[in-house]
Structures are given as C-alpha cells and as structure tokens.
Design a protein around this ligand. Structure first.
Ligand code: GCV
Length: 722
C-alpha cells in the first residue's frame, strides 16, 4: 500500500466514524467535519499544513483557536501555527500592520474601500509560489475573513469561489435577546436564557464563548442581552459588573454588548421623583450612568429602548416626545461613541386609530429631530411579526432619520419551536420591498443600509431564538433562521436559496440528495405556514397571550389584542379595509405602493385581506370564490407539510440518528398543528360565509367549540401574568 493510499483509507475511516457519531446540534454550522471526497480532502489537508496568523491580540488568539479547531476537525491533523511568515506557509492571515506581505500594492488596493470589518481572501504569489491569504485592514476583518474561508471549505470543500472581497452592507448587526433577569425568555422556545446572572461575573459558562463564535462566524457584531420589556436592575452596579464579564468574552469576537434601558430607571434605581427627559437631574443621572457603564465596558454599544408601548414607561408620561426621550439617552452615550436604538413599535388601546397606522402617526412628525447617534428600529411590518405582513410604511416616511430593521428570528407567530419554517424568504420579502420614496428602487434594504438617503448609522436587528436547549434553538431548523439573519444583515443581496444551500451543506454535508431534499423543504416551508395559518393577507388570528395555535374567535378586552379586530369576518365578507374607504393605512405609503395595493384587482393576493374587506364570493385569480380560495389555501398548507414530512423520511439513512429523529418528531407535531389551524379557522369562518367546504379538499374535522375551549396555561415564552 502506498503512503497516499494508507492516508486516504485512514481518512475514509475517520469520515465513516464521524458519520456514525451522534450529533446533537450543539456545534451549529461550525461542525468542521471531514469531507467525503478524497481529492477535496487532500486540498484541505494541504491548506492547514502550515498556517501563519500574524498578529497578537485576543482577536488573533481567537482566530488561531478557530484554525486549530477547524483544521483538526476537518483533517484529523493538528495544523502547525506560526506567528510570522517564514518558510513554506500554506495560509497567511493578518493585516498590513501585522504582516509585511499585506503592504503589497495589489493587496492594499483590495483593502482600500472595505473598512475595518472587510476582508480579502485570495491567492498571491510569494517566493514564486501560490499562497492563500486572508487580508484585512483590522483584526475584525481578519476574523470575518477567516470564518468566510472556513465556511467555504466546509460548504464546498474547495476554493473555486476565490478571490472574494467583502465588507458588510450594514454596520450594526444585532441580536436582540428578550431575556429576563430571572432567565425566562419572552417569546423564547429553546429553554432558558443563556445568561446565568446568578453565577456571573465569577463563573463564565463555556457556552458564552461558543455563542460569540457562532455569531462572529456569520457577521453578527452586537448583542442586546436583555428584554426590551426592561428591568432597570440590569443598570445597577452589581449587574454592570456581570455584563462586563460577558462583554469580556464577546470582545475578541468583535461583538459589542448593549443593554435595554428602562425609561423609569432614574426613579427606580436613582430615587429621583421623575424620569422627565428634560429634567436636569434626570439627564445627569443618565449621563453618570453612561460614564459608569463605559468605565466597566469601554466598547459598550449603547441602549435599546421600548418606550410608551405595551405598558412600558416613556417620555410621553411627561408629555414629552419620543425624540426628547431618545435624544436625552443619546447625549448620555455620545461622549463615549455609543448609540441609542429607539423602537417604533408603539400603539395604544386608547387611540381609536387602526393599530397599523399608529407608529407613523407618532414618528413621522419627528423626522429630522433625532440626534445623529439615534436609530429608530422598525419592525418589518406594521403590526407584529405576523407570518406575512406588507413592509412597514415608516421605511418610506422618515428620510431625515436613520432607520433600523427589526425582524423576529424566534417564531412567536410561526409555529414557535415545534415547526420547521425557514424565515429567509420572510426577511427578504421585506428587504426587497420597494418603498418608492424618493423614487422606485428605494427598497427597504437600501433605506436601512443608508444608501438611499446617504446615512452612515445603519442597523439590522433580529429577535433571538436562542436558549439553553442543547441545540440552541429548540428546533434544529431554527438554527437556519439565526444563520440566515446573520448572513442577510451582512449582505442583504444574498438570496434565500443561496443561504439555505450554505446552511444545509454546513449542517448536513454535501450529499446531493440530502441537499436537494432539505432545500426543497426549507424553501416551501414559509409559504406553507402562511397558508395553514393566515392565507391571503389574514393576520393576528392566533391564540390570546401565548400566541400558540389558532384563535380567530378571540374577542373582548383590549380590541387591538383580539382577532376579530383584524379579520372583520361578517356575513358579507372578510378582511380589513385599509383603503381610503376604511382606515386609509394605505395613505401612509408612497403613491406607487398605495395605488397598486389600493385596488383589489392589482393588489397582490398575498396582501389582499390585509388591505381589503371583500365579499365571500369575490372572484380570485384562480377563478374560485374568495371562500373557496381560503379553504384551498389552508388545504395546500397541510399538503405541503405532509410532503415535507415525507421528504424528510427519505433521509433516514443519510442524517445521523439524533438529529433525524428530532426533526421527524417535530414534523409530526407540525402536521398536527397545521390541521388544528385549518380546522379551527375554517370552522370558525364558515359561520360567517355560510358556504360548504369545497368537496375536493380534506374536510375540516372536529367541533368549533372544542377548539375554542383549548387552553395552554404553560405554553412557553409567556409572562406568568398572561
Ligand atoms: C417584548 C409583541 C410580543 C411581545 C413583545 C412585543 C415587542 O407584542 O408579543 O412579547 O414584547 O411584541 O416587540 O415589544
């Protein structure tokens, strides 16, 4: 046997062993497993032979550690690492300051316009030989470039995509954790909060570092670690010390920490009689608090604030505006380079106006009044992270203000952690929406990346789906949504298909049948969920409080928290009239949008009942009546889930046992839940339509009263008071 053959037989055995090894999802997309193609594998082995990581800092140490981990994992051989370029290196990572070779004009040229987080990965000729380099202007770029290279190697096993020059389109790419200090997570379905406040700052859970690695690997550079329904205690000295310990773990990975600021903190912590943002004592309190935080955490990112929304205190308690409140905090953090992210998710039960209109009514008059270091964070749609919403009209209405996009990664309204719903298509739908302000091509993506209005403060936030569950996200496929968020915040022009392909390869390997099957399931899953939950623009018809399962009958109490407020089903028809004859929410969009959506004939059917109240016999594009179409959509949703389940069953031999069985069980639950949605919604709406179900669809089962009686006092992710 030749040495080469012995080597590859060994490799094949290792591959086989790793295939048989149980996987529990903990490693996420950083599995660093052996490739199955011997030729590709040989190239990978060569690449890790001698790696130069030129630079000494905690970030360069993190790069070294990742190279060791990845190299050993992918090749079975520990890579040789050195700090300086000498002899026969296979890969060099560094910056012009840390490695002379990066001062060459051909590399400097690549680095010119890519800022501190950008990188170049490609080949250069050194001493007559081809050398692979990861070059960046700063250590953050070197880190992101390294992760890019490792992703390429894992996903395709080769470097055919090189050279690459990348830099993020958005500067602040943030996870928003809705984690409470008692470790419960609002709308969290993957266990408890990762942050063990009781044991911090002395005990550092190793998971904090793995969390930081995972985020850095997809370009996330900020973490808001506490719930927007905020507890002022996190701003106390004791907690600042705990937060600082977390920040120390995140820092090498380029992740800044942010906190949610409870507006009434000066009263609760500081004993002041008011939290009025124009009061000198209140302002001084915040300014001192900012100084205290920055002393402990010099790279603290800033504050995220939910004010005057769903019971949270805010400047309006003192007859001040959102601009007054945001600017006060902005002034406190600005000497330290911090930012304030102020949420536009405001609506009030006391105001009669359509809830979808209230944020614009509040914020548009304040356009241009916010400090430069304030961003207004706007949810993708005007209501609340529904399975489908049109884009939020604020994106086209505040040209003088930096706007951030907030999407929800945790699946509050999309099946929580029991359903496979790949969210990249949802995020993309919003990013690619054209606001038509100031003209066509002004997509939400281009508003938030600052290119439409020439703004430099840019941000995208995702409400985290992460918890203490061993696989981080509860459902294995929830990992794909975390991954997709990071990839899109880095580069919003990636497609859902591209992102899914990367994730599948990183998660399951490169078997073409597995890739094709899983990608098919993922790409169909969001539309399936829309169909069996809220087809044709229906929205907010879920169970009260916990938001688990259907609840189209929910009525009574605060109207804008009921379902009947939104679907408006009656004997004549169904849907919310938001045209000029109704709430005129359409009037908040640019004419290019309003005209198209304002006429049921030109309104895309996916938004039809969001904007129109239409008769049950309204003729749809398919030629069916509206009632029949609704029934068919619910049916189609279920058919798709059945198909997803069958598809997955075909992978029994290709996917490791633990992950295979978890997904399989959850798909069975998803199928049950999809039918539950269909049964409950169609039986409920039939009371108004008074029409039969189309005979050629599976007929809804059960009694409406039985569905209405279902209670879930222990559904996850809710506050005990709900
Ligand atoms: C953090 C929805 C959710 C709330 C959440 C709120 C928000 O209403 O149900 O749990 O509160 O959005 O985004 O502030």
């Amino acid at each position: 046997m030749t040495i080469r053959r012995i080597f590859f037989t060994g490799m094949c055995l290792i591959t086989l062993l790793s295939l048989l090894q149980a996987e529990d999802g903990y490693k996420l997309w950083l599995r660093y497993s052996h490739g199955s193609d011997p030729e590709k594998q040989e190239a990978v082995v060569k690449l890790f032979r001698k790696v130069v990581v030129a630079g000494s800092s905690a970030t360069f140490d993190a790069i070294r550690e990742e190279i060791l981990r990845a190299g050993s994992g992918m090749t079975g051989i520990t890579p040789v690492l050195q700090g300086e370029l000498s002899g026969q290196a296979s890969l060099v990572i560094g910056t012009p300051l840390t490695c002379e070779i990066f001062n060459r004009p051909e590399i400097k040229r690549q680095l010119e316009a890519i800022g501190p987080e950008g990188y170049f990965v490609g080949h250069v000729t050194h001493e007559g030989k081809k050398l692979l380099v990861v070059a960046a202007n700063a250590q953050a770029g070197a880190l992101y470039g390294t992760f890019h290279l490792l992703r390429m190697l894992q996903a395709s096993g080769n470097l055919s995509g090189l050279p690459v020059v990348e830099s993020p389109k958005i500067s602040h790419r943030l996870l928003n954790h809705w984690d409470n200090l008692d470790r419960t997570v609002e709308r969290g379905y993957a266990g408890f909060s990762l942050w063990n406040w009781h044991k911090l700052p002395d005990y550092i859970d190793p998971r904090y570092k793995d969390y930081a690695r995972a985020n850095a690997s997809i370009g996330i550079n900020g973490s808001v670690v506490t719930n927007v329904n905020a507890n002022s205690l996190v701003l106390s000295g004791d907690y600042i010390e705990k937060v600082a310990a977390l920040a120390d773990v995140f820092r090498p990975y380029g992740i800044r920490i942010y906190l949610t600021a409870r507006f009434s903190a000066p009263m609760e912590l500081g004993g002041l009689p008011s939290a009025d943002p124009l009061d000198a004592d209140v302002r001084a309190w915040w300014s001192n608090k900012a100084d205290e935080i920055y002393k402990a955490i010099p790279d603290f990112g800033g504050f995220l604030v939910k004010a005057n929304s769903e019971g949270q205190p805010g400047p309006q308690n003192y007859n001040r505006t959102h601009a007054d409140g945001a600017n006060m905090l902005a002034d406190a953090v600005s000497p330290h380079g911090g930012i304030v992210i102020w949420r536009a998710f405001v609506y009030s039960a006391e105001i009669e106006e359509d809830r979808a209109k209230q944020a614009n009514n509040e914020f548009v008059p304040l356009d241009g009044l916010f400090r430069e270091n304030v961003l207004i964070q706007v949810k993708n749609g005007p209501i609340d992270f529904q399975p489908r919403e049109p884009f939020h009209p604020l994106f086209g209405a505040m040209p003088e203000t930096s706007l951030a996009l907030e999407v929800q990664i945790t699946q509050e309204y999309l099946g929580q952690a029991t359903q496979l719903v790949y969210l990249a298509p949802l995020f993309k739908e919003c990013l690619d929406s054209d606001t038509y302000t100031p003209g066509s091509g002004s997509t939400v993506a281009r508003i938030i990346d600052g290119s439409v209005h020439g703004r430099s403060q840019t941000a995208m936030a995702g409400v985290s789906n992460i918890g203490t569950d061993r696989n981080w996200t509860g459902h294995l496929f929830g990992q794909a949504n975390w991954f997709a968020f990071g990839r899109l915040a880095w580069n919003h022009s990636l497609t859902s298909e591209e992102i899914s392909l990367e994730w599948i390869r990183l998660t399951f390997g490169d078997d073409p049948f597995v890739i094709e099957t899983v990608q098919g399931m993922m790409l169909a899953s969001r539309e399936a969920a829309v169909n069996y939950m809220t087809p044709l623009g229906l929205h907010h018809i879920m169970g009260r409080g916990h938001h688990y399962g259907p609840g189209p009958w929910v009525s009574g109490g605060r109207p804008d928290w009921t379902s009947v407020y939104y679907h408006k089903a009656d004997s004549l028809g169904i849907g919310f009239d938001r045209t000029a004859t109704g709430s005129d929410a359409l009037g908040q969009y640019a004419p290019g949008v309003a005209q198209k959506y304002g006429d049921p004939e030109t309104c895309p059917e996916k938004y039809l009942l969001w904007f129109h109240h239409l008769p049950w016999d309204y003729t749809m594009n398919s030629g069916y009546s509206l009632w029949d179409e609704i029934c068919r959509r619910y049916d189609l949703g279920i058919r798709t889930v059945e198909w997803m389940k069958k598809s997955w069953q075909e992978l029994g031999d290709q996917v490791d046992e633990e992950r295979y069985h978890q997904v399989q069980s959850l798909l069975t639950i998803q199928e049950k839940e999809a039918k539950w949605w269909r049964n409950a919604c169609l039986l409920y709406f039939q009371q108004f339509s008074r029409r039969p179900f189309p005979p050629d669809i599976e007929q809804p089962e059960g009694e409406l009263e039985e569905y209405e009686k279902m209670r879930f006092p222990y559904a996850p992710g809710i506050r005990p008071s709900w």
